[in-house]
Design a protein around this ligand. Structure first.
Ligand code: HEC
Length: 126
């Protein structure tokens, strides 16, 4: 191989590498489950303070907080989140593939199931 060809080969390898690493990134779920601590097991009781509020902060509060929340829906505290879950459309919207919340796309199954478990566990606050 001439030097020129070697350089081209290295360049190509580099470009393919960058493209591949970008593809891998796209599959990392945006609601980073590692932010849930400690890790949640199938038998854990799901509570607002320990589990739900961090999910809302990471995925919803940017639009559903502050003085002018989107859709006139504020999700800043236990009562507001519980009310939207119990009497509103929160569960429906986080599971609605054609009109999801967050609008950027459905959260992972595991994350969405935590909301169901919170309901089943009786909307515990802490
Ligand atoms: C990028 C901004 C954005 C994010 C992030 C977002 N929402 Fe929304 N949400 C909206 C907008 C805009 C509306 C009003 C339009 C609509 O209903 O689609 C809305 C409406 C809703 C509604 C219906 C409100 C009602 O009473 O009719 C629910 C429930 C909801 N969002 C829940 C959530 C939850 C839960 C999350 C996080 C998991 C979330 N949203 C994340 C922008 C956002």
């Amino acid at each position: 191989m001439t030097i020129k060809l070697k350089v081209r080969y290295l360049l190509l390898t580099f470009i393919v590498g960058v493209l591949l690493s970008n593809c891998t990134k796209a599959y990392i779920p945006k609601d980073n489950e590692s932010q849930l601590s400690p890790a949640i097991t199938a038998t854990d009781t799901i509570k607002y303070q320990s589990h739900i509020s961090v999910l809302i902060s990471n995925n919803c509060i940017g639009c559903h907080g502050g003085s002018n929340p989107q859709g006139s829906l504020s999700l800043e505290n236990y009562n507001q989140v519980r009310n939207s879950t119990e009497n509103g459309t929160l569960i429906q919207r986080i599971n609605d593939a054609s009109d999801p919340m967050p609008p950027s796309g459905l959260l992972t199954n595991q994350t969405r199931s935590l909301f169901d478990r919170w309901v089943q566990n009786g909307y515990l606050e802490n």
